[in-house]
Design a protein around this ligand. Sequence first.
Ligand code: BGP
Length: 477
Amino acid sequence: MTSQLPKDFLWGGAVAAHQVEGGWNEGGKGASICDVLSGGSHGVDRVITGEVKDGVYYPNHEASDFFHHFKGDIALFAEMGFKCFRTSIAWTRIFPNGDELEPNEAGLKFYDDMFDELLKHGIEPVITLSHFEMPNHLVKEYGGWANRKVIDFFVRYSEVVMKRYTKKVKYWMTFNEINNQKNHEYPLFGYCCSGVVFNDYERPEEMMYQVVHHELVASAKVVKLGHEINPDFKIGCMISFVPLYPFSCHPDDMMYAQESMHDRFLFGDVHMRGEYPSYALKEWERKGYNIKMEPEDKQILKEGTCDYVGFSYYMSNAVKADAVAAGNGISGFAGSVKNPHVKASDWGWQIDPVGLRYSLNVLYERYQKPLFIVENGFGAIDKVEANGEINDDYRIDYLKAHVEEMKKAVTIDGVDLMGYTPWGCLDCVSFTTGEYRKRYGFIHVDKHDDGTGTQARSRKKSFFWYQNVIKSNGEEL
Ligand code: BGP
């Protein structure tokens, strides 16, 4: 199939500061909430320790040591032909506690150097302002995003970095996977997005909506401010997109799947349309929720709609109306059941490339704004051969199939797609498990779950595959 991807298509890769940088207390950096999350390898859950405790292993403290290796790593991205690189700014490098009046110059300088290095190689930075790592101080002293004051701290931080990097960064996103807070089965998401453990409250879901409201207001303020700072900025939202298919064509399954998708759409709807959708307002009314809002919030949301939809896509799920009573299913989505038509990764994530084309269509039809696939990828255990090679054909197969479907969405369905940045282009700490053995990278990092490893980098087979994909603008898969 001939590729007709746009010539300026943003091929690249994605990571987040806390999963790659390390240097957790260097350059004046404060502790973020990821710095107080223990490792959770091999089926053991990560634990929120609240503060750094002796004798506990914190995988994010050293991570892939990108803090010291970024020049070499960026040279490898350039060798692959990256047009862009998605990472986040660690809020705690800029405001170590989050509530200071003046930023930390050493932290600002670190990102100046990193962006200069990217631009030197012709790589556009794509920056997430909040990727699961607010300052721990704001959690301990203010209660995280449950407290409306945090909006101002976030806006101050965003203003500082948007002004400082106005000439270096054009593409921004506000909150990573903001909608995953809806998934109560994974308290980790709620905690890392907001610093709040919803289940500690009498009405966890109501608290989640309250927290998210503060984040949505903060996001809208930052979008508006960003456009004032530089009208050329493109500022997106970032949602986790897992299409939920009806398990059967039974009308009840059909209806249930549609209702379940509200959880996926809700926050994107506010980001893109500037108001809460009717199904959310009705839900709050039905459940007796009282989400506190200020009179000006409506207008703030309206004035701060995003320019594009950034989203992650890893898998689809199937849901069944009569499976809801059995509790949350295979992936934390109520009523989810195994889809017999697709395979799954070692971590049970169902592999469905067609679901990516489906998602692109659904999102484009809904918002009619450019889309950006800012995460997609295959977490797997890689084997380093005796000669040093890593033959990750399974990763190539996964990515190839997804890129094929992505191309169909653009060339056949006419979706306006800005770019594609596979997740974990450089091996990094897995967010959900805290493991190193769950790897996504084109670049291998010699680092292991017991904390050992030399941090040496090496090119996997997928590195060369992706290099050619970019070179041919997606023609040669
Ligand atoms: C998304 C997050 C990323 C990332 C990815 C893969 O939810 O935005 O931070 O880690 O998922 O997940 P994991 O690392 O748990 O395999």
